[in-house]
Design a protein around this ligand. Structure first.
Ligand SMILES: [Zn+2]
Length: 287
């Protein structure tokens, strides 16, 4: 076989370089996509006990997508949706803490379509939608610091530890448990809306930009009562923000989960009592 001369070879190399550069510019870098997706899955707890394929499948199940285990377009798109910042696969058991949970709004958004009264009404509606025989969410009318739930509208880059504007932008809200209290952080930069503001704005064709405060606060109250994320599309505990939902309410299983969460609280208290009694018994015999 006759080899091409140097000039032809140089030309061929140049063309190959141009071709390769064009391909790299046009095609997305799969490694980059993967690392972002992996970061997302790790953030929401999918990679704590599962490998990447199992984690992707679990995320697809939570999202109502086909469980392929591969990072297809639908799966990557799902990761861009606005959502709750709580883990999808939490570590340990979460339990509700009290039979009566008092809440207070600690900080309202500085600028919002909704007045503070509007916000109060939406929150009260959400609390009433969770009415059940086991746990009651009530507004704390006294300034006596007995709140179990505190609601804070704030700029996430300022009020959430470790929040990154680049990596955590999908978060609308995040529940944080500390010292027996749940603080529900809501991003003050969102266009929070209720039914009245929605109807005013729907004529302007911007309704899709509004975020239904009731949907988000209902979900966050669920966390405060010890509920975890659910893949049932009728549940109030779906982690992703859905389009505006009329007739919003928790489903039957959400209420069943509240009872179970309460039972595990009782079980945990009984277990602690047993350990204490046993320790006393051992000490008594030792003396
Ligand atoms: Zn959540």
């Amino acid at each position: 076989m006759q080899l091409p001369d140097t000039a032809v070879l140089t030309k061929m190399i140049k063309q190959a370089v141009i071709l390769l550069t064009s391909v790299l510019l046009v095609c997305p870098n799969p490694l980059q996509e993967d690392s972002k997706a992996t970061q997302y899955l790790a953030k929401y707890g999918y990679l704590n006990t599962m490998d990447l394929t199992a984690g992707v499948k679990s995320f697809q199940k939570m999202s109502g997508l086909t469980e392929t285990g591969s990072l297809d377009d639908d799966t990557v798109a799902q990761m861009g949706l606005p959502r709750c910042g709580a883990n999808d696969i939490p570590e340990g058991i979460t339990t509700n803490k009290k039979d009566v949970m008092r809440y207070a709004v600690i900080k309202y958004p500085e600028s919002s379509l909704l007045s503070n009264d509007n916000i109060d009404n939406v929150i009260l509606t959400a609390a009433n939608l969770w009415k059940n025989d086991h746990v009651e969410i009530v507004k704390n009318l006294d300034d006596d610091h007995s709140n179990v739930i505190e609601i804070v509208f704030c700029d996430f880059t300022e009020c959430l530890v470790g929040f990154s504007a680049e990596n955590d932008m999908e978060e609308l809200a995040r529940p944080v448990d500390k010292d027996g209290k749940t603080t529900l952080y809501l991003d003050s930069a969102q266009s929070w809306a209720d039914d009245s503001t929605l109807s005013q704005l729907s004529y302007g064709g911007v309704m899709h930009l509004q975020i239904q405060l009731l949907q988000v606060i209902l979900h966050q109250f669920g966390h405060a009562m010890g509920l975890e994320h659910s893949d049932r599309m009728t549940s109030a505990m779906v982690p992703f923000y859905m389009e505006w939902v009329n007739g919003l309410q928790p489903d039957k299983e959400d209420f069943t989960m509240i009872v179970m969460s309460g039972q595990s609280r009782v079980r945990s208290a009984c277990w602690q009592l047993f350990v204490l009694s046993f320790s006393v018994l051992v000490l008594t015999h030792a003396l």
